[in-house]
Design a protein around this ligand. Structure first.
Ligand code: ATP
Ligand code: MG
Length: 558
């Protein structure tokens, strides 16, 4: 643990400090409780790293628990992806991987206990009637006519529910609390329902399933969770959480603490909406690099470190707010800046021929991997008479302040020589097909040449040795200007969210790049080998992020 006072504590840490000081708990235990009904997204990453981070900081434990009490939506595909994501983020749950469905017996026992205490009853009202009886924010509810059934009758009926004697929706078990409570969650909430459904873990063993508000506190209590951290929408459920823990009678009651969800601007984070994009085929799966699922961020080339940095910068709070996507981009740039080599890649190639360079000569130039980090060493980059440069680095009629190639102008080829444009050729459509230059052998990079200066430096690759690749550029999938939704409620998609460049040329050192390897392509941004579509000899790169940004780090608080 850090020294007190050196770092300001967030509000959850202050609660934990107090609980430990008062001896409420000896050590802490947190958990991440995903429902396996979709892939995890950046918001979940925040929750995972928060819970794991607290456990680590206080020398406590962190559990991963699948909240799989709802048999309709859950799929093993999601269980597998969630496991992979949590591990990738580095949140180590050791041997504490749990499934809420493994507690169904204990939950059933807890319900029986409540019935015996006169704190739960079987109710025959329909779902609509229950809603009607519940009252409103301004009016109290009405008691169910079944509320005063005897303990014996309730026990029998509940057992019959378990034994499959009733149709779905015909009977529920409800907690007997207070129909006049100002908190609607306390008005005799349903805690068990009949549902003849097959569960991915327990199969057909159960035809009654516990409701979230009943199951969750029991799951926490069984595992010895001390601080059950959830998002703000559960604040009004806390009295019920506490009621369940108290009435079922757990010796070491867990404590629920709420914090604000993470929202990103111009990004779809809701599971529901991501699902829509996937199911409608608008994206190529849950890991489409335009999404902010953890799988997508990983595929795009984000690192666990960059996500940790992002989560730390966001901080935690009790008030809802959105964070700019640019902050996430800032974090990955910062993380990769010194770690990754800076390679040359030409995304939109046009040929450049050095008329006075020997036709068959290939020369290997020594180029630094990363000018800001000498530890990454040097590499050999082949140079020859025929090169490719990016089309935008040449202009026939340049505007003022264009310092790249144009007829008569001299530029530096990065890590190589000065070249001067002597002529160029166009096809019938006016497209430039070849640029001719001469080079000055005296200007070789690192030769000690101190002659004339040039204002422009451009990147290039040698034609003979270039490696072919597809490069994908991304923009936000939601149009920033117009908002996330159209008037009819459909998503307002950005038609330019994906640009595929099929004829990119890279320096040969990139030929062996493997899935998830990432690099800076000088002047173009950071790129990562796509793990899904890249094959040996047919590389596909995703642009993680461009190099420039208007994003400024917010002032540190406190
Ligand atoms: P969604 O709202 O995207 O469908 P969910 O909350 O239903 O997600 P769960 O699997 O129930 O998904 O969430 C697991 C945990 O992650 C919960 O503790 C939840 O509070 C937390 N969580 C979900 N979304 C966010 C978010 N945007 N920011 C922080 N924590 C989140
Ligand atoms: Mg949920």
């Amino acid at each position: 643990m850090e020294e007190k006072g050196t770092v300001s504590r967030n509000f959850i840490e202050q609660i934990i400090d107090k609980d430990l000081e008062e001896g409420k708990y000896e050590t802490i235990c947190t958990r991440f409780p995903p429902e396996p009904n979709g892939y995890l997204h950046i918001g979940h990453a925040k929750s995972i790293l928060l819970n794991y981070g607290l456990a680590k900081k206080y020398g406590g434990k962190f559990n991963l628990r699948f909240d799989d009490t709802n048999p309709t939506k859950e799929k093993t595909e999601f269980v597998d992806s969630i496991l992979a994501d949590v591990k990738w983020l580095g949140a180590d749950f050791e041997d504490r991987l749990y499934f809420a469905s493994n507690y169904f017996d204990q939950m059933y026992e807890a319900a029986v206990k409540l019935i015996k205490k006169g704190k739960a009853f079987v109710c025959d009202l329909t779902a609509d009637e229950i809603r009607e009886y519940r009252g409103t924010l301004t009016e109290p509810g009405k008691e169910s006519p079944y509320r005063n059934r005897s303990v014996e009758e309730n026990l029998e009926l509940f057992e019959n529910m378990k034994n499959g004697m009733y149709e779905d929706g015909t009977k529920v078990l409800r907690a007997k609390i207070d129909m006049a409570s100002p908190n609607i969650n306390m008005r005799d909430p349903v805690i068990y329902r009949v549902a003849h459904m097959t569960h991915h873990n327990t199969g057909d063993k159960w035809c009654i399933y516990p409701m979230y508000d009943f199951a969750h506190p029991i799951e926490d209590a069984i595992e010895g969770v001390t601080h059950s951290i959830c998002t703000l929408e559960f604040e009004d459920h806390r009295p019920l959480y506490d009621w369940v823990v108290r009435e079922v009678g757990y010796e070491h009651p867990p404590k629920q603490i709420e914090f604000a969800k993470l929202y990103l601007t111009n990004v779809v984070t809701g599971k529901r909406y991501i699902k829509k994009l996937v199911e409608q085929g608008i994206v190529d799966g849950w890991d489409d690099p335009r999404l902010v699922t953890i799988a997508a961020l990983k595929r795009r080339g984000f690192t666990p470190e960059s996500i940790q940095m992002f989560v730390d910068l966001c901080g935690i709070s009790k008030s809802q707010s959105s964070v700019d996507y640019a902050m996430l981009e800032y974090c990955i740039r910062e993380d990769l800046k010194l770690k990754r080599p800076r390679m040359m890649a030409v995304l939109d190639p046009v040929k450049l021929i050095i008329d006075n360079y020997p036709a068959d000569q290939i020369e290997y130039l020594d180029v630094e991997m990363n000018l800001e980090n000498p530890e990454l060493g040097m590499r050999k980059v082949p140079f020859g008479r025929e090169l490719y440069i990016d089309r935008e680095d040449f202009m026939e009629n340049p505007p003022k302040k264009y310092f790249r190639l144009f007829p008569g102008n001299e530029v530096r080829l990065m890590g190589a020589y000065f070249v001067k444009c002597v002529s160029f050729e166009k096809d019938e459509t006016g497209k430039v097909t070849e640029i001719h230059c001469t080079y000055d052998p005296e200007t070789k990079c690192g030769s000690g040449f101190t002659g004339r200066k040039v204002k422009g430096t451009i990147h290039w690759v040698a034609a003979k040795t270039a490696v072919h690749a597809q490069v994908r550029l991304y923009e936000n999938i939601i149009d920033e200007e117009k908002g996330v939704y159209n008037e009819d409620g459909s998503l307002n998609l950005n038609p330019n969210s994906l640009t595929v460049l099929d004829d990119c040329l890279l320096e040969p050192a990139l030929a062996d790049a493997k899935a998830y390897d990432s690099f800076q392509f000088v002047r173009q941004g950071y790129f990562c080998v796509d793990a899904k579509d890249s094959k040996e000899g047919a590389l596909v790169f995703n642009r993680i992020v461009s190099l420039k940004s208007s994003f400024k780090l917010p002032k540190a608080e406190g």
